[in-house]
Write a protein that binds this ligand. Structure first.
Ligand SMILES: [Zn+2]
Length: 384
């Protein structure tokens, strides 16, 4: 079901289109990007002109994100330790930032020395990981407050934390990274345009954003302004004066990794995306989310089941399915053994015999996890 957004909010990517609201979204509970349950009532729309998926940046959205960021805590499920990504084959945890930056280093053929800036550096996970893969580089970070100053400045070869707008950071950089930041920004094209002036000649910009076509749960994140695809991110970068070096959907599962540099000449913005296909995709994703929550409630109707994962999907499903969930299962050693939302978190090996565990994740990811963790005495339940 699609209706018109009252007030005709303008598109944050092309600036020229108005948004068509996906009305089914308003009734869904949401989650904050730091994995806290958040009530229903948000709005999501698709630009009629370019097909970009986004929250209308109206007064209600701005007030809501202000509220979310005032109380923001990263990785609270693991007391601040960065979330691990798991190798699909081996199941071994690796820091997401190290894996991403090592892939980037190899593709970009980085020089032995240089200066890098991480925009929106949080507690320094990206800066720390960059130091591991490119030890000869000087590193710097920006944030909107000084909450993690001590942690960031304790990393070797790192400049004092820059607090405030990026245009006030002195000098230029050979690499600028923006990891899980752009999707939060109200006017992404304006910020990308500003960043371009901070790139040294031949400097590279690495952008990492979630990729909702591979992970419908991302649409439920209340403080994500733009839900990027390769198409809308390319369009935003070209509009901001960049040329694309590479676009990858497979550097990190469920994420989009884009490398760009300042364009040598003004490039035409690529032809508009297909708005009707985008609306169909979002409608399909929202329907799948509702079905997945229904399925979990059915499985847990007679006796509670375990739920795999304590991040966005797990947090949302726990709010949707309540008493259907008796415990969580998490492979991340920083999370197992703790409690989450009032329930114990078990490592896969510690799941009690005879249990059922619902793997409420995108089907391909859920199938991979189930193959990896299968063992006698535990029944894994998959979404449709
Ligand atoms: Zn647009």
């Amino acid at each position: 079901m699609v209706t018109t957004v009252a007030g005709e909010a303008a598109c944050g990517i092309c600036g020229g289109g108005t948004l068509e609201e996906m009305a089914d979204y308003r009734v869904l509970r949401r989650v904050t990007s730091d994995c806290r349950p958040w009530p229903a009532g948000g709005r999501i729309g698709v630009c009629r002109a370019c097909g970009a998926v986004q929250k209308p940046a109206d007064a209600a959205f701005l007030a809501e994100i202000d509220d979310i960021y005032k109380t923001y805590t990263i990785y609270h499920q693991a007391a601040g330790a960065e979330q691990a990504v798991f190798e699909q084959a081996s199941g071994l945890p690796a820091s997401r930032s190290v894996k991403l930056l090592d892939t980037f280093r190899r593709h970009a053929d980085l020089k032995p020395t240089g200066r890098m800036l991480d925009v929106g550096c949080g507690n320094g996970a990206t800066i720390r990981a960059f130091g591991q893969v490119a030890p000869g580089w000087t590193k710097a970070g920006t944030e909107f407050d000084a909450k993690y100053r001590r942690e960031v400045e304790s990393i070797a070869n790192t400049e004092p934390l820059y607090v405030g707008p990026v245009e006030e950071v002195p000098g230029t950089f050979d690499v600028i990274t923006m990891i899980h930041v752009l999707e939060h920004i109200v006017d992404p094209v304006a910020v990308l345009t500003t960043l371009r002036a901070k790139l040294a000649p031949e400097g590279l910009l690495l952008i990492e954003v979630p990729h909702h076509p591979a992970n419908a749960f991302e649409l439920l994140i209340a403080d994500h302004r733009t839900h990027f695809t390769a198409d809308s991110l390319t369009r935003a970068l070209v509009a901001a004066g960049y040329e694309i070096v590479s676009v990858a959907e497979d550097w990190i599962p469920k994420e989009l990794s884009v490398v760009a540099r300042a364009a040598r000449a003004v490039l035409p913005v690529p032809a508009a995306g297909d708005a009707s296909a985008a609306r169909q995709r979002i409608a399909g994703s929202l329907a799948w989310l509702r079905r997945t929550a229904d399925l979990l409630r059915e499985h847990g109707a007679t006796s509670p089941v375990g739920l795999f994962g304590t991040s966005i999907a797990g947090t949302w499903l726990a709010a949707e399915a309540g008493d259907a969930i008796g415990f969580f299962v998490d492979e991340d050693p920083n999370r197992a053994g703790r409690t989450y939302l009032g329930r114990p978190v078990h490592a896969p090996a510690d799941v009690p015999a005879g249990s059922r565990v619902f793997v409420g994740l995108p089907p391909a990811v859920a199938a991979g996890i189930t193959r990896r963790l299968a063992r006698p005495g535990v029944t894994f339940l998959l979404p449709g």
